[in-house]
Write a protein that binds this ligand. Structure first.
Ligand SMILES: CC(C)C(=O)C(=O)O
Length: 454
């Protein structure tokens, strides 16, 4: 009888191993990316099986990719956000890791202060330039894992690094060996994977990494980076743009187990969230996100979106405290002066605010009609209305009940004289060519004035 391990060995020996194609000229996928036109989606009509791992989780890059695109955060801001992130991730650490810079004194102070909190999650990891000296710095800080850059498209290898594919692989493998030698676990960030030659570079390279990892007995994570946001979640799409194809291929042709796979996406084509969910569904345990999606250019995968994506895919938030999302959003706007676009899902000022009177009428009858879920329970954000020329009597009544916390019998209705008086005032304002909605402060002042007239 063959034992399972023997069978696996035989299968491994029998399976086709992709070898590095050390091409003389870069493959820039000009049929898809010709630069003068919109990048194209090519279909090969191959279906990739969906293999969602039993456990999926979130990792964070707010203090690396996020901070990279903003003014540097202060130590206090990093520590406060780290605490809130830990609260959000809950007792099972669904926000499992977060990566930090380590270059300046301030970077290291922030790490030390976060470590001093003694929180189990998110585990603190780093992001470095990957020199021997940097590995030593990581080790000295008592940190186990660090991200290193292993750019994998010919755009980077030929155009930026001025190397051949073979030279790039040799250089990267040497760096990984340096990390092992320094006693640090490298996490390999495969930059620009959605423009890379998957079978001619990515798979043979990752096979080499996995071989080194096995020999050293050190688990190495593979982060698939959709640096320019070109990935697409649809089925039957050809590589290198297919998210299902990349995740399937890394597992089945490069031998990376699901729990060692991470997806890092950008939002250039509005696909960051759906690509990340697709990566989970097709076998990647971790999606790498940033708070409010703040990151290079159009940003990263918004972490808060993946909390709700997790809840919808798993049927439970598994201990994540989603109300921390509102605390985080308030922290960004009140303490850091960051302006969150008002229509941003889950965190924007207006994400659950309706303007049309007919919708407000629905909200008054039953908030479920026009609210995505119980936003008060899950985010401590009651659904709201803003007053404009389309609000109508129902909108005004709803606004009063919401802003003065009137419940049950205390609630006022659309036939109330106060509601009618406010409606007349609103109509006059718009008859006088007003174009903007009316602020909460203005309405409160008007109510005071009308009450004074009683
Ligand atoms: C620098 C790299 C790893 C990155 O963040 C990306 O590819 O988006």
């Amino acid at each position: 009888m063959l034992e399972i391990s023997d069978k696996t060995n035989l299968l491994e020996q029998a399976s086709y191993k992709y070898t590095l194609q050390d091409v003389p000229e870069p493959n820039l996928y000009r049929d898809v990316y010709n630069y003068e036109e919109v990048p194209k989606v090519a279909f090969n009509h191959r279906r990739v099986p969906m293999e969602t791992p039993p456990d999926i989780w979130i990792t964070d890059t707010s203090f690396r990719d996020g901070q990279q695109s903003m003014a540097p955060y202060t130590v206090k801001q990093i520590v406060d956000l780290y605490k809130l992130m830990s609260k959000l991730g809950g007792p099972y650490g669904l926000i499992r890791q977060s990566e930090f810079f380590i270059y300046t004194k301030k970077d290291r102070e922030a790490i030390e202060k976060c470590m001093d909190l003694g929180l189990k999650f998110p585990e603190i990891t780093t992001w470095i330039r990957a020199t021997k000296n940097d590995f030593k710095m990581v080790k000295d800080l008592g940190i186990k894992e660090t991200g290193i850059l292993v750019s994998c498209s010919d755009y980077h290898i030929f155009k930026k690094m001025n190397m051949t594919r073979r030279q790039a692989v040799d250089y990267y493998l040497e760096t990984i060996r340096d990390a092992f030698e320094a006693g640090v676990v490298p996490r390999c960030h495969l930059e620009d994977i959605t423009r890379a030659d998957f079978y001619g570079f990515v798979v043979p390279f990752v096979n080499e990494i996995m071989k080194l990892s096995k020999e050293a007995g050190i688990p190495v994570k593979i982060r698939a980076c959709d640096t320019m946001g070109y990935g697409v979640p649809y089925t039957e799409v050809a590589l290198p743009r297919s998210v299902p194809g990349i995740i399937y291929g890394l597992q089945h042709y490069a031998g990376v187990p699901s729990e060692m796979l991470e997806w890092h996406g950008h939002n250039d084509f509005y696909k960051a969230v759906s690509n990340a969910a697709t990566a989970w569904l097709y076998g990647c345990c971790a999606v790498n996100c940033s708070l409010l999606g703040i990151g290079e250019r159009t940003g990263n995968i918004p972490l808060e979106a993946m909390v709700f994506e997790y809840g919808s895919l798993k049927g439970s938030l598994d201990g994540m405290d989603s109300t921390a999302i509102t605390e985080i959003a308030r922290y960004f706007s009140d303490e850091m002066g960051y302006e969150i676009p008002p229509m941003t899902p889950f965190v924007g000022e207006n994400f659950n605010v309706t303007r049309a009177g007919i919708h407000a009428d629905g909200l008054m009858k039953d908030e479920e009609i026009y609210n995505i879920f119980n936003t008060d329970k899950l985010l401590k954000r009651k659904p709201g209305v803003t007053i404009s020329k389309t609000s109508g009597l129902a909108g005004i009544a709803y606004w009063i009940n919401e802003h003065y916390d009137l419940v049950g019998d205390q609630q006022i209705h659309k036939d109330d004289p106060m509601v009618h008086a406010l409606k007349d005032w609103v109509d006059e304002l718009y008859a006088d060519n007003r174009t903007t909605s009316i602020s909460n402060k203005e309405i409160k002042e008007k109510i005071k004035e009308l009450k004074g007239n009683d």
